[in-house]
Design a protein around this ligand. Sequence first.
Ligand SMILES: O=P(O)(O)O[C@H]1O[C@H](CO)[C@@H](O)[C@H]1O
Ligand SMILES: O=c1cc[nH]c(=O)[nH]1
Length: 256
Amino acid sequence: MADGRAHHLHLTAGDVGGYALLPNNPDHVAALAAHLDDPVFVARNREFETWRGTLDRETVVVTSTGVGGPSTALAVEELAALGVHTMIRVGVSGSLRPDIGNGELAVVTAAIRDEGTTRQYLPVEFPAVASIDVVLALQEAAVAGGVPHRRGIVHTKDSYYGEMEPERMPLAAALVERLDIWRRGGAISSEMETAAVLVVGSVLDVRTGGVVLMWSEDAIRDGGPAPAVEPLFATAVGALRRLVAAHVEAGAAGAA
Ligand SMILES: O=P(O)(O)O[C@H]1O[C@H](CO)[C@@H](O)[C@H]1O
Ligand SMILES: O=c1cc[nH]c(=O)[nH]1
């Protein structure tokens, strides 16, 4: 924009540092930012709310992406243009396996690109893969916090109700069959944003990853209790704390 603010996020380069956490839900931004040092509200436009804080004196922003690939791609694009080099999606998903407990975390290794946004960047043969150092940092943070978790592939889609109530859709048979295919291939949960973070991040040379809370199949079916989000937030911030510390140590070693 003419005043230097990014078109959708309404942020300037001075508002951000190198690191971002990307919840989908604007209602999660302040609660996630509360895990940082000195959290402050920065901007809100449409579904994009941003708070800023620090970890080990490095600036970290928490920006909501809104639901789905298109708005998530906008957020990744604009944060990358402002200088953010490391982004972690932090969200909620539905488990695709009966052995997963309500509230377990999925530390994302990769995403199935069953959505439209990333196909406008790269053909579908291109993988949506998390950066290995983000995967390891998330796993270490979950272990340190005693949070139940597993690494795995998530399914990213465009239609929430196409997953939850496929029988209502004209495409019912194909939706059910495809979800079963992803399950049989090893996918552990389904959500709506991770593929956009990983693929757009790859194109823009941003280090990315994701961690999503999983509602169990029982809880989804029975309308059971929503799992608590605090262990998710603590794990995401713990991972970023590790990545910041590794960066500081690498800088110190380089300077020595
Ligand atoms: O709970 P969050 O992180 O908002 O994300 C999940 O919930 C939304 C659907 O209700 C989708 O955005 C899906 O990815
Ligand atoms: O996309 C989503 C999000 C939450 N829960 C689900 O089952 N699916």
